[in-house]
Ligand binder design. Structure first.
Ligand code: TXA
Ligand code: MG
Length: 352
């Protein structure tokens, strides 16, 4: 299949004619990758099981892993769900459009092919103008997982999507690099207490300010356990296993962290391995071995979220054997950053 790449000139002033063909592809049951404010999504008609099947095939994704249905206005929510619980209504009012996905009991309209057989459906209203307008023009809810091959970091640029999806999907809309860089926060509002299933840019503090107490799915707090299944099926996968061996070095004192990473990097370099280091602008000048990449500024954690997946992809492209990373605060957006990073490292953390 030939994949058509369409460059969006000015996302903020997107014209409908630029999206007409993409909307038509989705209506016909095809696949279109598009930017959102979190990561690039791989979109298809959420009400069409055959289209959903194509998503799983293009990504090489297990079909028990449900898809998020994306909408462009509040009126599009009611037909997809059997009930809108109070907490869901409040969170949607507070944070939609934006990087928040809510899990509701599903209606009969949503096929099990989209929900991976579950009786719930995950819904998100993205704020990115290209995503929002595309969904509105398609006239159907758009099922969209991150537009990466299963097991690769989520794409934050159209080039990342091209690397993984060229020849496998109908079209890619290039709207430039995304803003946030980590996937949406997922909250299950189908039970009596809202439960955080995946941390993201809508932080625990923001959620609790709106609906009071929010529980955290215990299965997302540490290494996978046989007896603890994550409520978001996708969270049980290693998700992203880098080509190289990724290790996080964590400690109260930055000097100890730097010195341990330098020691490990020297040892592996001396043994002839390709070594990568993930650090920050503040510490960039302190490392002496391997390929050193700053992921952003500690003082501005949103820069770290923004660059994280691109840096991990770069080390994959460089076929790095060992990657040593500084670790970050788990507060606020740091909860999402550390969730993705510790998972990518297979929970291999050295404490100094
Ligand atoms: O930011 C995002 O959410 C991006 C953009 C494209 O919107 N999408 C995204 O989709 O990250 P994906 O498929 O890569 O991750 C969706 C996660 C998976 O872990 C999946 O298991 C979970 O959402 N999920 C989907 N439906 C669910 C449901 N009904 N109940 C629990 N978890 C669900
Ligand atoms: Mg994904």
């Amino acid at each position: 299949m030939e994949t058509k790449l369409i460059k969006i000139k000015d996302s903020a002033n997107i014209k409908d004619v630029e999206l007409a063909e993409a909307a038509e592809v989705i209506r016909r049951g095809g696949l279109v990758a598009f930017p959102t404010e979190t990561v690039y999504g791989l979109g298809a008609n959420a009400l069409n099981e055959d289209a959903a099947r194509k998503i799983y095939a293009a990504k090489g994704r297990p079909s028990d892993n449900p898809l998020i249905a994306h909408i462009s206005s509040m009126e599009e929510l009611a037909p997809l769900v059997s009930e809108i619980p109070e907490a869901g209504r409040r969170l949607a009012e507070a944070y939609w459009p934006g990087p928040l996905t809510l899990v509701f009991p599903k209606s009969g309209l949503v096929p099990y092919g989209t929900t991976g057989g579950l009786d719930t459906v995950a819904v998100r209203m993205p704020s990115d103008p290209v995503a929002s307008r595309l969904i509105a023009l398609a006239g159907v809810p758009v099922a969209a997982p991150s537009a990466n091959t299963s097991g690769r970091p989520s794409p934050t640029t159209a080039r990342h999507v091209w690397q993984d999806m060229n020849g496998r999907i109908d079209m890619i809309l290039d709207g430039g690099p995304v803003g946030i860089g980590v996937e949406s926060t997922i909250v299950d509002v189908s039970g009596s207490v809202p439960v955080l299933l995946r941390p993201g840019a809508v932080t625990m503090e923001m959620l609790e300010k709106t609906v009071g107490h929010v529980e955290i799915d215990p299965a997302i707090q540490g290494p996978p356990r046989e007896d603890l299944r994550p409520k978001a099926p996708g969270m049980k996968y290693r998700h992203y296993a880098p080509h190289g061996d990724l290790v996080l070095v964590e400690g109260a004192g930055m000097e100890a962290v730097i010195s341990r990473i330098n020691g490990l990097a020297k040892e592996k370099t001396d043994q002839g391995f390709r070594v990568g280091i993930i650090c920050t602008d503040e510490t960039m000048g302190r490392y002496r071995w391997g390929q050193v990449r700053s992921v952003g500024m500690r003082a501005k954690e949103e820069t770290i979220a923004h660059n994280l997946f691109a840096v991990l992809r770069e080390f994959d492209d460089l076929k790095t054997d060992y990657i040593y990373s500084e670790s970050f605060s788990r507060e606020h957006l740091g909860q999402a950053i550390m969730n993705r990073l510790t998972k990518a490292a297979g929970y291999h953390v050295i404490r100094v």
